[in-house]
Each structure stands twice: as structure tokens, then as C-alpha cells.
Ligand binder design. Structure first.
Ligand code: EPU
Length: 302
């Protein structure tokens, strides 16, 4: 979607929001898939209510983009624009056992920054690509931990109330790859309370997680991490593997040879290819195992 109205664009600029026209979303997603649209880069959280009111008045549909690492975006000209937070300086501030982190901060960088301040707990998330905001929204986790356990406060834009609010950790429910945030809430910042640990101990934990990840996941390839959530008590990857589907493809959308719940873009995969592959695998797993696999990847259809 192109924003062309000069009055609208002038107000966007007055709000300190940068307009980047005709951005290929394939360059903003770890899958390397996605069509074209305009992107608005937000420098100040406080401009968001005004910006969204302006977009509503102009009937411009929008989506919030984090790091694009758990996202499958449709092909072609997209019917909505994309909003993204710019990275502020500093992204992270540590006080005692609390780390206040901007939602735009890189997750891996946050883990290592906290480690340097002798704050641990998040070692499992070290190889997970994306932003802290994205991890928070989906309650990202790995190797027995999830980010929600450490959340004490969240600053967010509440779309329903049309304003910025602060929630305490106990007002939010964090479940397996799921939170109580509304789909149109926008994560702005989070305060984490992390256990004290020595830097050496944290680095040792990070090394172990990195080794496990390298041994079982296709890290060098374009993917969105696991495509499906694990059904209770089962592993989607194991089921897909047992069906002999490693290497199975639709066009350039391919099931990884290394981990069957990772679907990779092996060249020029389209969203259509990837969605067909997802649908085919879901159908086969349901037929044989009776399990209905739920997407972990977020799909923004064109
Ligand atoms: N397995 C296979 N074949 C495969 C993949 C897995 O047989 O192709 C077997 C493994 O050998 C193991 C079992 O299935 O016995 C579980 O595999 P793994 O330890 O890789 O864990 P997972 O359940 O597939 C989950 C998360 C990952 C996270 C790892 C490590 C989900 C959907 N996946 O994977 O998270 O990194 O545990 O904690 O919850 C993600 O969310 O994107 C993600 C990658």
C-alpha cells in the first residue's frame, strides 16, 4: 500500500515518523519472503496514539513489525502498511536485578548485555533471532525457559483503549508460545527481573544452548524458526520427521533436513509455496496422528 496523500505525509513527518516507501518485506523477514509496502519508522513512543488516529482517519490499514523472525508475509503489493519502532539509545538500562529494555532491542544482544551485568536466566534465548518485543508478544522460549517468567512490567500501546499503558507482570498471562496481549497491542518496552549470576556461569550456559541449537536446527538457512507449535506432550518436528517429510518441498519452500519443524526458503520461495507446504503437512499429520497442528509462525496474508 502506498501512502501518497501529501497532507497525510506532512502530518506523519510532523510526528517525527519516517516514511519509507515501497519496501520489500522479503528484506525484513528471516524467511526472505514477502511483497512490497510502505513502512513507517517510529522514533518516539509518544507519537503512536496520534499516528494511529491519523491512519484510521485515512482508512490506512496497518500491521506492527518486530524483527520479522516468526513471520510469513504474503506476496505482491500488500494492502496494508507496516509500522516499526526505531532503535533508541540506549536500548537497555540495568538497575540492580532489573533490566528495562526497549521492544525494538535485539533479543540476543539483550541476553549478552544482561550477562555482562551479571544477570542471567535468559541463556536459552541466545540463538533466537528477533526483537525483545516480538519475543514478549509470543512468550518466546527454549531449553526449559520462557521470557514471560522474568517480566515485571510492560509498556504497550493498547489499541482498544487507543493509548499507551503500563501493565504489571501479574496482569499478563504467559503460556506456551502465547500471551494475553490483544493482536493489535503494540509492545513498547519491558522491565525484566533477572537472577544474579556470574558472567562466567552465564557464558557457559549460553555455550551449551548454542551447541544444542547448532546440532539440531538449520541456523544458516532462511527460516522462521519452528513453523508449528508443539501439541501438548508431543513434538511437531518428530511427527513430521517420522512421516518421512524431511526435504519435502513445494517450489523453493522446503522442510529442513536437519529439523522437520523448520521450513526453509531454499531459493525464491513465495508465500503461496510456503502456505501450500504448511497446509499439506498439517493435513498429513492430522490424518496419521489425529493432531491438528497450530501455526507458531504468524501469517500476514496479502
Ligand atoms: N526430533 C526428531 N526429528 C526432527 C526434529 C526433532 O526426531 O526433525 C525429535 C528430537 O530428536 C527430540 C524431539 O523431537 O527427541 C524434540 O526435538 P527438539 O529438542 O528439537 O525440540 P522441539 O520440540 O522440536 C522446541 C521448540 C524450539 C526450541 C527447542 C529447544 C517448539 C515448537 N519448538 O523444539 O523452539 O528451540 O524446543 O528448547 O516449541 C521455535 O519456537 O521457533 C523453536 C525453534
Amino acid at each position: 500500500m502506498r501512502l501518497e496523500d501529501s497532507k497525510l505525509l506532512a502530518t506523519v513527518a510532523e510526528l517525527g515518523v519516517e516514511h519509507r516507501p515501497a519496501i520489500p518485506m522479503s528484506e525484513h523477514t528471516s524467511l526472505g519472503i514477502g511483497g512490497t509496502t510502505d513502512l513507517l519508522l517510529i522514533n518516539e513512543h509518544e507519537s503512536i496514539p496520534g499516528l494511529l488516529a491519523l491512519l484510521d482517519d485515512n482508512r490506512a490499514q496497518h500491521k506492527f513489525l518486530g524483527g520479522g523472525s516468526n513471520l510469513l508475509v504474503g506476496d505482491g503489493e500488500l494492502p496494508w502498511i507496516v509500522l516499526q519502532l526505531a532503535k533508541p539509545e540506549p536500548e537497555i538500562a540495568v538497575h540492580g536485578n532489573f533490566a528495562r529494555v526497549d521492544a525494538a532491542a535485539d533479543l540476543g544482544r539483550t541476553v549478552t548485555y544482561c550477562a555482562k551485568h551479571d544477570l542471567g536466566g535468559m541463556e536459552g534465548l541466545i540463538g533466537v533471532p528477533g526483537t525483545v518485543g516480538g519475543a514478549l508478544r509470543m512468550n518466546a522460549g527454549a531449553y526449559g525457559m520462557q521470557i514471560g517468567s522474568y517480566v515485571r512490567e510492560v509498556k504497550l500501546y493498547r489499541a482498544a483503549a487507543r493509548k499507551i499503558e503500563i501493565l504489571s507482570g501479574d496482569q499478563i498471562s504467559f503460556e506456551y508460545r502465547h500471551t494475553s496481549f490483544a493482536p493489535d497491542d503494540m509492545m513498547l518496552a519491558v522491565t525484566l527481573e533477572l537472577p544474579s549470576k556470574s558472567y562466567q556461569e552465564i557464558i557457559q550456559g549460553i555455550r551449551i544452548c548454542n551447541e544444542k541449537r547448532r546440532a539440531s536446527q538449520p541456523l544458516g538457512q532462511k527460516s522462521a524458526g519452528c513453523i508449528f507449535k508443539n501439541p501438548p506432550g508431543a513434538s511437531a518436528g518428530r511427527m513430521i520427521d517420522e512421516l518421512g517429510l524431511k526435504g519435502f518441498n513445494v517450489g523453493d519452500a522446503r522442510i529442513s533436513d536437519r529439523h522437520a519443524n523448520f521450513f526453509v526458503n531454499a531459493g525464491k520461495a513465495s508465500a503461496k509455496d510456503m502456505l501450500s507446504l504448511i497446509a499439506e503437512v498439517r493435513e498429513r499429520v492430522e490424518k496419521i496422528y489425529g493432531a491438528k497442528l497450530e501455526n507458531e509462525v504468524v501469517v500476514w496474508n496479502a
